[in-house]
Ligand binder design. Structure first.
Ligand code: PDD
Length: 287
């Protein structure tokens, strides 16, 4: 069952008109929200970022946070898996093709849920490979826009090279991954690139920074150079569906000793513990 414009219906019965601006222009925004033990994780943060993305494309929010919360709860209830991920997508709606915003058009609102398969333990013990590429996306990567063609092309470079992620560099500085945020560890200190228009403000990125702060692990948020990335002791990627993953090779060169390092193991332990506490403590709510 999916949600489309006010109705829950089987995905086979869900259609959108070909003139939808999401289809024609990629004119819309989205969210990906993990659900653990049937509770949406950090829902308030995802809804706040959704609002920022909507502001970024000048589209008003069709629902209050309470309404979103109710719709998401219903969608979760329709599905069997305890762990799911919600894909939420809003476009500027259906209108005659014209770049200018249409007037009096309702947005298209779509949500689906799928089982959440977090990375298997074996992969976390071994680590994954990454490559680098020049970040050739636009100047508003902080908007979670559905127009993902550059990210699609950049991520495919990794797949073609037998790697998991493409790490992006803009003018010699680390921005993020094609579909993740990136951290490095140098001399036992976590280093994170600062939020800007050039990267997505990841919800998992925020959790990582909160955890290192709470547990007094050394960290610094500052611009990171290509040279620092290449000479890191550890590299980590984060996202709502991949959680925290260790990168052990970059462009074919080993990172550190070529296996997940102590900072990853510590941070992942803290993350899993935090997740469990959140799941036990809270029902789905918009905060
Ligand atoms: N992507 N940067 C980019 C470009 C991303 O696409 C994502 C996540 C992130 C991590 O953000 P978060 O921690 O909030 O998931 C960073 C999602 C999972 C996707 O498009 O499927």
């Amino acid at each position: 069952m999916i949600y489309l414009n006010g109705n829950f219906l089987p995905i086979e019965q869900a259609y959108i008109p070909v003139l939808d601006r999401g289809f024609i222009f990629g004119d819309g925004v989205y969210e990906v929200i993990p659900v653990y033990s049937r509770k949406a994780f950090r829902l308030g943060h995802h809804l706040a970022r959704l609002q920022d993305s909507l502001n970024g494309i000048r589209l008003s929010n069709p629902h209050t946070n309470d309404e979103w919360c109710n719709l998401i709860t219903k969608l979760i209830d329709y599905h069997d898996s305890d762990d799911q991920y919600i894909y939420l997508h809003i476009t500027r709606g259906v209108a005659k093709r014209d770049h200018a915003f249409p007037t009096n058009t309702s947005p298209t609102i779509f949500m689906m849920s799928n089982p959440l398969l977090t990375p298997p333990e074996e992969l976390l013990q071994k680590g994954v490979l990454a490559i680098t590429a020049e970040d050739n996306r636009w100047g508003r990567c902080d908007i979670k826009a559905i127009s993902l063609l550059p990210n699609v092309l950049l991520r495919q470079l990794a797949i073609d090279a037998g790697a998991t992620e493409t790490i992006l560099l803009r003018n010699g500085f680390l921005t993020e991954g094609a579909a993740s945020n990136i951290f490095i560890i140098k001399e036992d200190r976590l280093l994170a690139p600062p939020k800007s228009h050039l990267m997505l403000p990841g919800i998992t990125y925020d959790v990582v920074l909160e955890l290192v702060e709470t547990h007094s692990l050394p960290y610094t948020v500052r611009p990171l150079t290509e040279q620092e990335l290449r000479s890191a002791n550890e590299i980590l990627l984060t996202s709502s569906t991949k959680e925290i993953m260790p990168i052990v090779s970059l462009d074919g060169k080993l990172i550190g000793e070529g296996r997940p390092g102590p900072f990853f193991h510590k941070l992942n332990q803290l993350y899993q513990h935090y997740k469990e506490l959140t799941m036990r403590g809270k029902q789905v709510s918009s905060s």
